[in-house]
Design a protein. Structure first.
Lengths: 289, 289
């Protein structure tokens, strides 16, 4: 941010004081699910690390009556506090006005950008409520349902049936994050994702485990740091060989060797969220259309 | 949209012509995963239903070099077409400038809103890249991993172990959308969600199936339309009793009776996306904090 260059010490001091006070109220308000308002609103708030926010996601505010009720709740909650910040994805100008006259600080995430698009396209936006998350596309629904079922069936090497149809096969030692990444790719993108655990039995020679060897081009590996892996494994089996730093170090080193020898692309999951891992996997495997 | 009131017939005609031409290029460009840019950008484009867009999500544009390469690709792709529309969530003003000088129409989804927040909070935004999707919060990572594993273990009534710890138990006849909703709630919100299929065996009396009866307050039901259910079941077993309209009608009627008699809240999934179902379930069960 350019404006950050002008930040001064006193300003930082003022921020720090705020953290000890009451949290600032932040509402993510939507005429639909609230997912967009929550995601972008949270990303924006993350740029103010010195502050604490009390967050509320309020979906389905699609009538002025619902908006008025919400305004009543916000007023009650913000008594003797600063005005709430409202991140809004509502298309109706009447509903937006209800929010604005309440005294809240409204960040309108839609309408300004809709006007920009109207300029870019030389036309006006449709008046209907956005139906992006609507069922509309039954094919997409089927694809996601199939993908989630495929992911469940092929989780943790449970089934090697129909690996032929996998878009990607995630391989890694236990607890490196295979399952959440698998499920995320299935649910968000309808991809067919299998995953296969690398165990001590899988390191007799230099090749990939027999089950996945013929699908090498669709394999993607995960690794992490020994410390992180040990920490995660302790959650499951405290003070076991399985969770010992020595065992974790060994398994990760062998896995990374295996990936390199077989030209399997891989990433270190220790500093990545499920979303980031999924984005890297899709980019690396060219699964984005 | 207020501006839509001024829409005229000729304008609509102009839109219609566009649909027969080449699709307009739309890029979702991010210095992180691209999820926010893709979600909000798609929601915005949904307001222009007469148009077709060729969409590309480009994550991890976090250096000016990466931005320049992308601009090269965009130029090659847009030859003899209108300038691409770029939905950008990049914090660096240098990267943003690279995109803007390319001639693309850039919709900046972050910086304008960051300025608004700076006004609301009376301070400047941090210069670091937003780390909302960053791993930072290892507790959140554990919670999601646990929730996904719980969901897999408790999918389709497979296990009745530890139903005590479920935040919600989704009940419904086969193919009403239990599994995708379950997985979405687990993955996005770290909720412990079990699901249990209602079969013919579950309608001997008036009560809930024995397995879930003692957890009635945490049950949520799904229903759909007989036609939709029959369509979805045909996908799995074409021309079976299971997928017949008569059987689907019967199972749905019995399920809805069961929900009403036992005061189990329920929703009709036939016109809802997975995201919408999840938002309704969380709201109804007060699972949003």
């Amino acid at each position: 941010m350019e404006t950050s260059n002008s930040r001064t010490a006193p300003e930082q001091g003022r921020e720090a004081r705020h953290t000890t006070g009451a949290a600032r109220l932040a509402y993510f308000v939507s005429d639909s699910t609230g997912i967009t308002a929550e995601t972008l609103g949270s990303a924006l708030l993350a740029n103010f690390p010195g502050w604490t926010f009390e967050r509320h996601t309020i979906p389905f505010i699609d009538t002025t009556r619902a908006a008025r009720e919400l305004v009543g709740d916000m007023r009650a909650a913000s008594r003797s506090r600063h005005a709430p910040i409202v991140f809004a994805t509502v298309k109706s100008s009447e509903i937006l006005r209800e929010l604005e006259v309440s005294g809240a600080f409204v960040v309108d995430l839609l309408r300004g950008h809709l006007r920009e698009l109207e300029v870019a396209l030389g036309t006006t936006a449709s008046e209907q409520l956005g139906q992006y998350h609507g069922v509309g596309d039954i094919e997409r629904y089927f694809a996601r349902m199939r993908a989630v079922e495929y992911a469940i069936e092929h989780d943790d090497g449970q089934s090697v049936r129909s690996l032929d149809s996998a878009d990607v096969i995630i391989i890694a030692p236990s607890r490196c994050g295979k399952t959440p990444a698998t499920m995320y790719l299935a649910l968000q993108y309808g991809l067919l994702v299998a995953n296969y655990p690398l165990t001590d039995d899988d390191f007799p020679g230099d090749g990939l485990p027999q089950v996945v060897a013929s699908h090498a081009a669709r394999c993607f590996g995960l690794t992490t740091t020994p410390l992180r892996l040990s920490q995660v494994r302790h959650e499951r089996r405290p003070n076991s060989t399985y969770s010992s730093l020595a065992q974790c170090t060994l398994e990760l080193r062998r896995s990374e060797d295996l990936y390199r020898r077989n030209r399997v692309p891989f990433l270190n999951s220790s500093t990545k969220s499920v979303e980031e891992m999924s984005a890297v996997i899709m980019q690396s495997m060219r699964l984005r259309t």
